[in-house]
Write a protein that binds this ligand. Sequence first.
Ligand SMILES: [Cu+2]
Length: 349
Amino acid sequence: MIKFFQYFTVSLSFVLLSACGGGDTTSPIQPDPPPEQEPAPVPTPPPGGTKSDYSLFIQQGIVSIKNSPDTNFGAKDLSVWGFSSVESNPAGNSIVPGTIINAELGKTVTVSVKNNLATPHEFSFVQASANNIVASSPNPIAVGATTTYRITPKTAGIYLYSDAMNNGINQSLGLYGVMIVRPAAKLGNVVWSDGPGFTKEVTWVIADLDYKNYNLVAINNGVTNVKTANYKANYFLMNGMNGFQAMGDPNTTIQGTIDEIVLVRIANAGQYSQSLHFHGNHFQVISRNGVRLTEFEYQDTINIKPNQTAMVLYTIDQVGHYPMHVHTAQMETGGGVYLNGTAAMIIGK
Ligand SMILES: [Cu+2]
């Protein structure tokens, strides 16, 4: 891992100094030396891997930030709120982001949400009106109560759900997740019914978190004592994980053989705009914030603003190990530890 870290430091310096985040679409990307560690193979998603009933539990849990393997520093358990799939004592990192709701176009999904916290909460979609996906959204959910939502998705894509109460504070404490809507299973791996095909898929839910000014205040003294003007994120998460965890996570890694096409669905649940920069190949942006694009432009960087989503297609172009990192140095960190922020790996075999 040390070699990778050294390489990455050089790489990031190059990126920052040469401002390669300008969405350069012409210059070739140099292959990178492989890191010494290799994530496990990515499981191929089951075709039509959808369910019709989900149970979510709004409750407190832990995001367990692990040490950087280079410095043996940075481990910290962060108290968060989340939409957990497990009611009692959710294990570390199983609570944020909330359970992925996998739905099929036109088929009603039932989501039961139980509020196990001491204040009212809600379950809502950030762009519900634009996509008309929620049949009914009775909110808020009283303390101890369970509310059932029936959702009939009308458009394939990725949708961010959250608890939008308290001026976004609840969402920033960890109450967010995504619903993925796939077209009819019989169509196989296409993004939407007459849309482009793919061979693999990954989901990236990115977020930022101000532990001192938000989580500690809210959990110890109540949400009403959180001052939103003080928000200054110091942890940056990829699928609820720190960078080194995420780079070794098989469900987060873009991985495949040459010419495989990986669909990456991305949602930004945080308060900061993030620019995601891919190495190894350019990708095609096919959808932005629920709007399907008519021309799929090639880019090497995509900016995703808070509460926005995107879908991109990444074709495995060459053998090797490549990083996906974000283009703000601070967001590469977790509690100040470099490379423990928003990151993922890309592996061509
Ligand atoms: Cu880079």
